[in-house]
Design a protein around this ligand. Structure first.
Ligand SMILES: O=C(O)c1ccccc1NCC(=O)[C@H](O)[C@H](O)COP(=O)(O)O
Length: 207
């Protein structure tokens, strides 16, 4: 069965939706104020306490500092997902399993990380994470064949392209955010839409 991660939990309503429909992973964007999904570590802790324990929790960060890493570890997430730069110090001090994210513009850095044993998965995402944009999945063809680690496919996946994503890329985990959000016509953001969450989880778990 293909697994699914719903990223960008921001409020209690989001947690109620995921607790009802049980994706395999949920993500929390931290220390990244540019994102509309960014929440504080305190908000994240409150939401983590309410999340169903069957769902694995992921702290999603960009180029984290040691201080941020320590706060994430103290909050007891199951995984840390690292976009941007991962310094040697952060890698060495990290006690959480790492999901290393590659935005499709820096795929060439992949080889550098292949043998690092704390890396428990790769997230392949579009150039702008959380933007709802897809990328050319063919770029992953050679990577998919030689990787033994868990592969997350992200970037603009929705109920219309998710079956094709699964059949063409065969990821272990489908990772998405924008496609299950409530957004008004003027672009205001209201968190996750429970019906959209239900629909996509049903499709992915059925594959
Ligand atoms: O979601 C964000 O705003 C975000 C910001 C900074 C780094 C990562 C971010 N999201 C990471 C994810 O795992 C998203 O699920 C992934 O980018 C796919 O998003 P979408 O294209 O909106 O489905």
């Amino acid at each position: 069965m293909t697994k699914i991660k719903i990223c960008g939990m921001t409020c209690e309503e989001d947690i109620k939706a995921v607790n009802k429909y049980l994706p395999d992973y949920i993500g929390f964007v931290l220390f990244f104020p540019k994102s509309k999904r960014n929440i504080s570590i305190k908000q994240a802790k409150d939401l983590l306490a309410k999340a169903d324990k069957r769902i694995k929790t992921v702290a999603v960060v960009v180029s984290p500092t040691i201080e941020q890493l320590l706060q994430i570890e103290e909050a007891r997430f199951d995984y840390i997902q690292i976009h941007g730069t991962m310094t040697k110090e952060v890698y060495e001090q990290c006690t959480l399993p790492i999901l290393r994210a590659f935005n499709i513009s820096n795929l060439e850095k992949l080889e550098k990380y292949e043998i690092k044993d704390k890396i428990k998965g790769y997230v392949f995402d579009s150039k702008n994470p959380g933007s709802g944009e897809t990328f050319d999945w063919k770029l992953l063809d050679h990577i998919r064949q030689k990787q033994k680690t868990v592969i997350f496919l992200a970037g603009g996946i929705d109920e219309n392209n998710v079956k094709r994503a699964i059949s063409e890329v065969a990821p272990d985990v489908i990772d998405l955010s924008s496609a299950v959000e409530k957004v008004s016509k003027d672009g205001a953001f209201f968190g996750k839409d429970p019906e959209k969450v239900k629909t996509i989880i049903t499709i992915v778990h059925g594959q």
